[in-house]
Write a protein that binds this ligand. Sequence first.
Ligand code: CNA
Length: 236
Amino acid sequence: MELQEIIDKSSRIVFFGGAGVSTESGIPDFRSADGLYSQKYKYPPEQIVSHTFFTQRTEEFYEFYRDRMIFPDAKPNAAHLKLAELEKAGKLSAVITQNIDGLHQAAGSRNVIELHGSVHRNYCTKCGKFYPLSAVTETDGIPKCECGGLIKPDVVLYEESLKTEDIENAVQEIASADCLIIGGTSLVVYPAAGLVRYFNGKYLAVINKSELHTDTNADVVINDSIGKVFSEIKVN
Ligand code: CNA
């Protein structure tokens, strides 16, 4: 089956994506050959973006985070834009993303479930006051609240839990979808990756540059760039 045919026949599409959706916007993923995991740092990236590291070596965390995980100038690519168009046309009900870059919203998507939070939200760990991304990009060292408290990005670090509300919403969307498109994710980060098992609808499509290690039993598997694939899709 072709992806176009699947999209034409579906009326409640859910998209489940990851870092591969944003590589064509210039944001490196974790597990591709040129992703963050293959670059050499003093500590492995998964250790740096962990709760323990954030707590114990906050300054080093922010050095890595500012340098490698924040891309304020990145623009949505063809995949983000097509997904927003599908939602506007009433064919797509939700985008569920593991990304923290906010590019789906920048493209115009409205129902976006950000399983791992967003770099655009930051909060004071002492008084709870929220801050925009500029609180991190326009400061050096450890960003501090006006109350003196430590500012933390509202992103889910390793060892931290996903928000219950996000999991519930994601499960509900996936379970009531007639089509699930999984794209740009290695599908190895849990519990996020486990959510796709709630899909019970008609068509399952996978768009990922590299082959996935798990068998998804998809109706269509496309091992190519997601921006390229979506740019060829027509919204009827
Ligand atoms: P990952 O494990 O790095 O996997 C990315 C997958 O996407 C790989 O299988 C690639 O083959 C594939 N891929 C890369 N580029 C493309 C492309 N252009 N078209 C199609 N497929 C492509 O990333 P996951 O999202 O699966 O891992 C989850 C982590 C990564 C989440 O916690 C994210 O928060 C985290 N992350 C997010 C961002 C971001 O917000 N943009 C960037 C880097 C890492």
